[in-house]
Design a protein around this ligand. Structure first.
Ligand code: SF4
Length: 185
């Protein structure tokens, strides 16, 4: 440890200023840092159910390169995913399987409804089709189109990243835990 003269150690030296480490220190909130890490490393659960899934695959290809937004690690295991991209027509037969897979994803987690079918049932006003996955899951971002182009999905992803940046990670996602912590304070 550096020997600091006694008279200098009594002076108040502002942190990250007038010091050897100036320029290498960032001050932030814990929530902001966690949200920044989360939004730039989203692992999608590609819930491809119909034609929109082709555009989802295209978004991951070299031409559109979803890796530019840190979301290239598609996982077919819900335990390792944090954003479900519902791409395609959700039939009633499939709907409960989609919900079960969503429930297996760990918190925090998000949902993108990709395309008209996943958002509203699309052109299928039919007894066999769920009229929007938001009837079962909390959707964060809707992407319009039949099918949406890969760029539209990427824009949806950017919107989700903006939403995640503003989240209060603990208070909003674990309100009961926060209440417990505050009751000890
Ligand atoms: S929105 Fe269009 S392209 Fe997408 S699943 Fe429905 S019918 Fe197919």
């Amino acid at each position: 440890m550096e020997n600091v003269p006694a008279e200098r150690s009594l002076r108040k030296v502002p942190a990250a200023y007038d010091s050897k480490i100036e320029g290498n220190v960032i001050f932030t909130r814990l929530d902001a840092a966690m949200n920044w890490m989360r939004k730039n490393s989203l692992w999608p659960m590609p819930m491809g159910l119909a034609c929109c899934a082709i555009e989802l695959m295209a978004a991951a290809s070299a031409r559109f390169d979803i890796a530019r937004f840190g979301a290239e690690v598609m996982r077919f295991s819900p335990r390792q995913s944090d954003v479900m991209i519902v791409a395609g027509t959700v039939t009633y037969k499939m709907a409960l399987a989609v919900k079960r897979i969503y429930e297996q994803m760990p918190e925090p987690k998000w949902v993108i409804a990709m395309g008209a079918c996943a958002s509203t049932g699309g052109m299928y006003r039919s007894y066999a089709v769920l009229q929007g996955i938001d009837q079962l899951l909390p959707v964060d971002v809707y992407v319009s189109g039949c099918p949406p182009r890969p760029e539209a999905l990427l824009e949806g992803l950017i919107k989700l990243q903006e939403k995640i940046s503003g989240e209060h990670s603990l208070r909003e996602q674990r309100p009961q835990l926060m209440e417990k912590i505050e009751s000890f304070a």
